[in-house]
Design a protein around this ligand. Structure first.
Ligand code: FE2
Length: 313
């Protein structure tokens, strides 16, 4: 198992101290590892030293201490029901499996469902100093529907908790680079679909390093097929009736309409160093070709014990 110095986007599995549940309540005879629903993808780069990564996303931890305010208690009750109450077990199983099977772990956001001291402590506990990945839209959520600031889904809204999140998550939450065996893992915050000019500038600096790049973030950079799949899962009822692209809304619409983001995505499609995109947010596993050199993999939700081993060769 490889050890990385300092913070970064990936967790070196050698740093993970965790064990799976001995006798979990669910599937007790199968053992913790066999409760995972993993899919596999291979990224062919031509590496001297192949390695693999467990990609997980969307754990949606819902913890609150008894002393935290009433809104946190309400969210704890309601959202634990929503996500099944086994999120921490799922995370523990994933990390324990990773320790025995892969070199690094990457988490692409919505590790917590909303902000609480208990959730922040879980982030610290499970990822410690070696962690990296990206934030999700839920990391920036204070009290969900219980408080609705007008600036939601803007940089201004993020400003309310940016500093706090940066102190809890041990990687640069805006954009982070970590080189693993000659591959540059660049993680970034695109939690409302868009990226900023500053992030684009920093990404272009990373390209100058001349290494193959794996781009990791919460919200996918939508292709038509990823959009269609996500739309079918979340919004459509009944069997498929048409091959026409469903109406583009939300994050995909923002990506097409925001000039900085759409220009960045067009540029990425022509960047030969970009080898792979890893994202989450949609709670389904779906993949598509993003560019001639890059496939995009969206990984299903970790609260349902999903993950993806990505093999880099
Ligand atoms: Fe999300």
């Amino acid at each position: 198992m490889k050890v990385l110095a300092g913070g970064g986007a990936l967790i070196a599995t050698s740093k993970l101290p965790l064990l799976a549940e001995d006798k979990p309540e669910v599937f007790p005879e199968r053992g913790g590892y066999e409760r995972l629903a993993l899919c596999y993808s291979t990224v062919e780069i031509g590496l001297e030293k192949p390695f693999s990564v467990l990609h997980i996303s969307d754990t949606h931890l819902t913890a609150a201490y008894p002393g935290e305010n009433e809104k946190k208690q309400t969210l704890n009750k309601r959202r634990t029901q929503t996500f099944g109450g086994r999120q921490e077990e799922a995370l523990r199983d994933s990390l324990a499996w990773a320790k025995q099977h892969v070199d690094y772990v990457l988490h692409t956001g919505d590790l917590i469902d909303w902000q609480s001291e208990a959730n922040f402590d879980l982030v610290r506990k499970y990822f410690g100093e070696g962690m990296t990945g990206s934030l999700g839209n839920h990391e920036f959520t204070s009290d969900m529907w219980l408080s609705e600031p007008k600036e939601e889904q803007t940089e201004k809204y993020k400003d309310y908790s940016r500093e706090k999140l940066q102190s809890v998550y041990p990687f640069d939450i805006s954009l982070n680079s970590q080189v693993v065996n000659g591959v540059n893992f660049v993680t970034l915050d695109d939690v409302y679909g868009y990226v900023t000019k500053q992030q684009v500038k920093r990404f272009r600096e990373e390209v100058k390093k001349g290494m193959p790049i794996v781009l990791c973030m919460h919200v996918p950079f939508y292709t038509d097929n990823i959009w269609r799949a996500a739309h079918r899962f979340w919004n459509e009822k009944g069997p498929l009736s048409s091959g026409v692209l469903p109406k583009v809304t939300g994050d995909f619409k923002r990506q097409l309409e925001d000039p900085v983001t759409s220009e960045f995505m067009e540029y990425l499609k022509k960047e030969p160093l970009l080898k792979c995109i890893l994202a989450g947010h949609e709670h389904i596993s779906v993949e598509d070709r993003f560019s001639p050199t890059c496939r995009e993999y969206v990984t299903g939700s970790n609260f349902l014990f999903h993950g993806r081993e990505v093999i880099f060769i």
